[in-house]
Design a protein around this ligand. Structure first.
Ligand SMILES: [Ca+2]
Ligand SMILES: [Ca+2]
Length: 338
């Protein structure tokens, strides 16, 4: 006779346990000293938790969501289709439940990681980073997460701002230290837009007061002179109550762009698997998601290629090594599907 599979054995054991409890309950009710047994209820994962790094995390329940964009959205938003071909079409994707950081990783948390491990970022080892030089980006010697704009700058007043000048490899090292991993692109997109296919974390209409983007303070020629978000570069994480996703994650439209785990393939959305997609098996560039302080939005025109980005929260962007924060995802405590 073929032995039962391990799963079957578990089911049988649980059923036996329930039978014994029921019998014991009956016996107990007739005894002089009553012992009560509460029926076991299915465990519902908590909506929030705190990671090993002390960062707040949010539950994104299992289920389907709408990923990507359709050509009609591109027309409605007056975006050139060739710039967003890589996020077409809209398609349904199922994801298991997961927890994701509520905020971009801060300088304070990254500093904890560095103090604990002695880690040196890629920019520190190579002694340069892409940094703002006034009108454009430039390769600036000495620009690192400790000195985001190069020599003379510091993070002394920026403890609650997102860490920048980190490569995807740096972000992965941070996540490993915190017992987490980077979100997949699909996980990031669901955490940002919820299940209904909206274009921004808050809805379908761009509103320049809801996020840190290239406003009147921004040192780029494509800045929006009519908007004032209060910050020339990064803002403290969670500063904009309006830039909050349906699950409660902040700054997924603005502030800094964020590393995800996936390799980039411009055709991936056209053939990605419908359940838990994890990106192409290999590639040369990694995906960044969301907009940043230097990005303009559809209300004010196009982002030049020098910025390396597309001004929609859900448009897929590719970039080089530096200049983004990471939003870490907890993998080791992934809950069972509710
Ligand atoms: Ca700004
Ligand atoms: Ca962001």
């Amino acid at each position: 006779m073929t032995p039962p599979a391990a799963g079957s054995t578990l089911v049988i054991a649980l059923l036996l346990m329930w039978t014994q409890l029921t019998a014991a309950d009956t016996v107990a009710s007739t005894a002089s000293q009553t012992v009560e047994f509460a029926p076991q209820q299915p465990q519902t994962p908590p909506l929030t938790m705190v990671g090993n790094d002390g960062a707040a995390m949010l539950l994104v329940p299992a289920g389907e969501f709408i990923m990507g964009s359709d050509a009609d959205e591109i027309v409605r938003l007056a975006i050139k289709q060739e710039l967003v071909e890589d996020e077409i079409p809209r398609h349904r994707v199922y994801l298991d439940a997961f927890y994701i950081d509520q905020y971009e990783v801060t300088n304070a948390h990254f500093q904890q990681f560095v103090h604990a491990t002695g880690y040196r970022t890629q920019a520190e080892r190579e002694d340069w980073g892409w940094a703002d030089t006034g009108e454009e980006w430039g390769q600036v010697t000495g620009a690192t997460w400790r000195a985001p704009l190069g020599p003379g700058s510091s993070i002394a007043e920026l403890a609650q701002h997102p860490v920048v000048q980190v490569s995807q490899a740096d972000a992965k090292a941070y996540c490993a230290w915190a017992g987490k991993r980077l979100p997949t692109e699909a996980e990031w997109e669901k955490a940002a837009r919820g299940t209904d296919g909206r274009m921004y974390p808050w809805g379908d209409q761009f509103e320049g007061t809801r996020l840190n983007f290239c406003d009147a303070h921004c040192p780029r020629r494509w800045h929006d002179p009519t908007a004032n978000d209060g910050y020339r570069y990064t803002a403290p994480v969670g500063h904009y109550a309006g830039d909050q996703s349906p699950y409660g994650a902040y700054d997924m439209a603005g502030n800094v762009r964020e590393w995800v785990a996936d390799w980039y393939d411009e055709n991936y959305y056209k053939h990605s698997p419908p359940r838990n997609p994890s990106g192409p098996a290999a590639g040369e560039q990694a995906v960044l998601r969301g907009g940043g302080w230097c990005n303009q939005w559809c209300s004010v025109g196009r982002v030049p290629p020098a910025c390396g980005s597309i001004p929609e929260a859900y448009l897929r962007t590719v970039t080089g090594q530096y200049g983004a924060a990471s939003r870490a995802l907890m993998a080791s405590q992934r809950p069972s599907a509710p």
